[in-house]
Write a protein that binds this ligand. Sequence first.
Ligand SMILES: NC(=O)C1=CN([C@@H]2O[C@H](COP(=O)(O)OP(=O)(O)OC[C@H]3O[C@@H](n4cnc5c(N)ncnc54)[C@H](OP(=O)(O)O)[C@@H]3O)[C@@H](O)[C@H]2O)[C@@H](O)CC1
Ligand SMILES: Nc1ncnc2c1ncn2[C@@H]1O[C@H](COP(=O)(O)OP(=O)(O)O)[C@@H](O)[C@H]1O
Length: 482
Amino acid sequence: MRQAWRVADVRAAEKALMATLPAGTLMQRAAAGLARRCALLLSESGGVYGATVVLLVGSGDNGGDTLYAGATLASRGAGVRAILLRPDRVHLAGLAAFRRAGGVTVGDLPDRVDLVVDGIVGIGASGGLREPAAALVRRLPGLRGRGGARPPVVAVDVPSGVAVDTGDVPGDAVHADITVTFGCLKPAHVVGAAAVLAGHVELIDIGLSETLHGDPAVRVPDAADIASWWPRADAGSDKYSRGVVGIATGSATYPGAAVLSVTGALAGPTGMVRYAGSADRDVVHRHPSVVVAPRVADAGRVQAWVCGSGLGTDDGARTELRSVLATSLPVLLDADALTLLVGGQHATDLRRDAPLVITPHDGEFARLAGERPGADRVGAACRLAAWINAVVLLKGDRTIVATPSGEAWANPTGSPALATAGSGDVLAGLLGSLLAAGVPPERAAIMAAYVHGLAGRRAERDGPVTSPDVAAALRPVLAELL
Ligand SMILES: NC(=O)C1=CN([C@@H]2O[C@H](COP(=O)(O)OP(=O)(O)OC[C@H]3O[C@@H](n4cnc5c(N)ncnc54)[C@H](OP(=O)(O)O)[C@@H]3O)[C@@H](O)[C@H]2O)[C@@H](O)CC1
Ligand SMILES: Nc1ncnc2c1ncn2[C@@H]1O[C@H](COP(=O)(O)OP(=O)(O)O)[C@@H](O)[C@H]1O
């Protein structure tokens, strides 16, 4: 698991650590790690000696890191040119070291560039990138280096132009190939559009873990977490002890939603899937192992319910929603079930002790919360989770999982190929199976999003992706993961 920390916490930890060290130690550690990464990148593409490196240097310590790293590269024979965005407020010691090593300052981007280092602004950024930095950043995609190729861009700490605590990108911003960050990850590395602009993120240890306390802003699961949390059958298992998941999705109008959510559930860890609804014939035809009933009330015992996708929003759908919410079981609500919640007719049904998970996309989120998630997706998901007292899985690129107590996770897997009709139904079924197997709701949401994201990536290897492809990819993905 990785963790990302807010700027205020990073600042406090840096201050506490700096108090125990000679002045400038942390910047030297940061700059050394940054120079090492830049040198490696240049070595892979023709060598450090003779390469042309451009530093974009802002007025704070982010620029200081960049100048010291530039000095190291210059001392190894690179031609390093620094553009100072605020010459009157540059990091003076950094600039002196840079000049001593043979670095030169220039007024504009050179014709040929082999590496760009973005040190315009780091965690001290406020608001969108200002001019003249913004104009410079807009020109970066037009640069050419060795062999006419676009030169790699290394961002220092964070890509300049992103909102560090939210991952929002309010305007022009650097699109980095690599971001070299120091001490710990920040939210912009793992959520929102900023995470895409950060490219590959490399963390340099500057000793910050000694003084970094409290709760991270966002957690990011890895494959080992998912594998270790996944329930497994053992010699004593039977189909009931593994959990039975109930699926109340689809309708005569939308039988596909039922089939897709059931397919997702069948890939999960439960020993049995029960389906309740009017798409029963389609479900049994596709999946003979599924036990079907016309309504939730007739379905028999389950350990968790999935309700919503393709259910419709008529009175019959409302009855089914009421039936699942009246149980004392974990419930996942998606799609039409979320629409039915709007207007408050189910407010009393929602007052329940058993876990509730909701899986809105941005439109459904807006219907429930009264506004779209906006720039701070993690904050928005946490607020809705607290308000509705449910685990919220906010779909999208880097899906967010938030708990009522304010814990947030960002899913690192996935692909835009998942933006295809019915792929959310597959996710809901898988998540429901994890709930029925006894996995705590926030973990079930994180695990389902992770595996669903891997399935999307696997499916796209074979060309354009449909939701049945995502469902079909779940089992091979799990075979590799577990
Ligand atoms: N502390 C430590 O121990 C360590 C810190 N380290 C490094 O320090 C970095 C933080 O340095 P920092 O605090 O000096 O802030 P920084 O990111 O350079 O930006 C401040 C300057 O940017 C400007 N500016 C702001 N917004 C802007 C905008 N939208 N558009 C344009 N300009 C904007 C702002 O100008 P102003 O608003 O004042 O006019 C101000 O002058 C951190 O990311 C890491 O790299 C490492 O060495 C490890 C140890
Ligand atoms: N741009 C994107 N990048 C990555 N994943 C995405 C993107 N857009 C959507 N997704 C994922 O695709 C799925 C779509 O779900 P949903 O909107 O409920 O579709 P449907 O209702 O058709 O099943 C979600 O898991 C979501 O996280």
